[in-house]
Design a protein around this ligand. Structure first.
Ligand code: ADP
Length: 509
């Protein structure tokens, strides 16, 4: 009979009480050959074997066949011997064959003279926690998948809306109200496109499906393009912009589309978080191996406690008046990820509320060579055009019709096909100068159509442009392999499309 006080028990008694009462942890020992030597009630509870059933059996008895194949029991023994302990989390098998997720530590037992006597192991069933973690991972995966599908589904209608707005804008006889309404559609539409793009990119980065398409870029071109894209927002809020950049090019090895996205996000924020009539300064410099872009505004400013956090996903400064500026709190997080993927860094500075903010982006200068890059941004719509036959193959009829209307306004003859086979037939009949093929066409996808066209030497003059909702490196590579010369991501920037088509006409002339 044991006395009440554990201090008075013998070592054997303490050991026995401990082994018989600790039920949440399986505690057992193995001999130096790796066979079970002791077994407590906790182990029986967790693993289902009684002491009589398991003593003398090898350690591998409680491992899954996969782990036995991988020699995990031997690995645990070796690791414990070499490092003094082996901690692991893995599936173990109960007597009835069911599996549970176990967290355990295996410890070697040495004699005073350094001879291995065996091992002690403590295991715990943490299946519930593991399942909760798996559920969170699965929920996250589904959230990312949902965001990707959602943003993709937004692209087609947005393309059509933006094309339609562009058509209205090109109409000569507009009343003032129509003109204003058109500007609102364009400005708000561009804002929506930015959000959709950001969402899609964040989910691609999180899924590891994001790749930069690096080329030699003049940083000043990326800024010019971002400033042009931000112009409606900046002008809409009557801000004054000062832009200072060196005379000579600043060559980076970077993804031009992503550079533009970085600066557009920062410019859009400067415009959004500054009361109308504010000052925005964009200063570019290239000292040493770094190019630096400073985007400074005299707007709302940021409280110092928030400065380190604003680059986190979904973080917005909690200020009720600023909620009216909209946004999801993803822009800066994306900016940071993109800048870092380019090997650079971005930092935010502010002297506090109402004192303006400054965002400083530093990017490594990689290449001093001169390249022949043509900056976008001239007034492409006004350039005179004549003729030129274009085939648009796109099954979303709103998107096809609006793009066709725009191209007709710019002097092209346009025909629409709504399936792969129809596109192929029309290419044969009409021999267009260029074919803009949606990748997701019914009947035969855009890449198959392109391949069939490229296989026929008599159609070699036809320029092929791919149109797709997806723009990751794999998609672009697939388009290139199919014979496309350019891969346009929806919603297509009309100015870019016109530049490509103009190029195709000159090349064919
Ligand atoms: P969003 O603008 O969609 O809220 P961002 O990630 O772009 O998300 O920005 C996060 C937060 O940082 C914003 O909600 C805003 O409070 C703050 N912020 C960003 N840029 C500025 C700026 N130029 N001036 C003041 N606050 C800013």
């Amino acid at each position: 009979m044991l006395t009440d006080s554990p201090q008075l028990w013998t070592d054997d008694e303490r050991w026995q009480v401990l082994m018989e009462n600790v039920k949440d942890f399986g505690i057992f020992m193995l001999d130096a050959d790796g066979h079970f030597a002791t077994w407590n009630v906790g182990a029986e509870r967790v693993l289902g074997f009684t002491a009589e059933e398991i003593l003398g059996l090898p350690f591998s008895t409680i491992f899954t066949p996969e782990d036995i194949e991988l020699q995990q029991p031997q690995f645990e023994f070796r690791e414990a011997r070499e490092k003094g302990r082996c901690e692991d989390e893995r599936w173990h098998v109960r007597k009835d064959g069911s599996r549970f997720w176990a967290s355990g530590v295996l410890t070697p037992l040495w004699t005073a003279r350094g001879v291995l006597r065996g091992f002690a192991k403590v295991v715990r069933d943490i299946t519930e926690r593991k399942m909760a973690e798996l559920a969170v991972t699965e929920a996250n995966r589904r959230k990312d998948e949902f965001l990707a599908i959602l943003s993709h589904e937004f692209r087609n209608p947005l393309s059509a809306i933006m094309n339609a707005a562009q058509i209205l804008k090109l109409e000569a006889s507009q009343g003032e109200a129509t003109e204003q309404a058109t500007s609102v559609i364009q400005r708000q539409g561009e804002g929506l496109i930015r959000i959709v793009d950001d969402l899609l990119d964040i989910s691609r980065i999180n899924n590891g499906k994001f790749q930069l398409l690096r080329e030699q870029v003049d940083l000043r071109d990326a800024l010019a393009s971002a400033l042009e894209a931000a112009a409606p927002l900046i002008q809409g809020r009557q801000h004054d912009v000062r832009y200072v950049a060196p005379e000579e090019p600043i060559w980076l090895e970077a993804d031009p589309h992503r550079l533009r996205q970085i600066f557009l996000n920062l410019l859009a924020n400067a415009a959004k978080y500054t009361t109308p009539g504010g000052q925005i300064a964009v200063v570019v410099s290239n000292a040493g191996p770094q190019a630096t872009v400073r985007i400074k505004d005299d707007g709302a400013g940021i409280v110092s406690e928030m400065l380190p956090r604003i680059f986190e996903l979904f973080v917005q400064v909690d200020n009720s008046t600023e909620r009216s500026s909209g946004g999801l709190g993803i822009g800066l997080s994306l900016v940071k990820r993109l800048v870092e993927m380019h090997g650079g860094k971005v930092e935010a500075y502010s002297d506090g509320i109402g004192k303006g903010s400054e965002f400083v982006v530093q990017l490594p200068i990689r290449c001093e060579r001169e390249f022949n890059t043509s900056a976008l941004g001239d007034d492409v719509f006004k350039a005179p055009r004549s003729g030129g036959k274009i085939l648009i193959a796109e099954d979303n009829s709103d998107a096809a019709v609006t793009m066709a209307l725009l191209l007709k306004k710019c002097g092209y003859q346009v025909t629409i096909a709504s399936s792969g086979p129809e596109a192929l037939q029309l290419v044969d009949e009409l021999r267009p100068d260029a074919a803009i093929l949606d990748i997701g066409l019914p009947g035969m996808d855009g890449c198959q159509v392109a391949q069939l066209i490229r296989n026929r030497p008599e159609l070699a003059q036809i320029r092929l442009l791919a149109l797709s909702g997806y723009g990751n490196a794999e998609d672009q590579q697939r388009s290139r392999q199919a014979g496309f010369e350019a891969h346009l991501i929806k919603p297509v920037e009309f100015a870019t499309l016109l530049k490509l088509l103009d190029g195709s006409r000159q090349a064919n002339a």
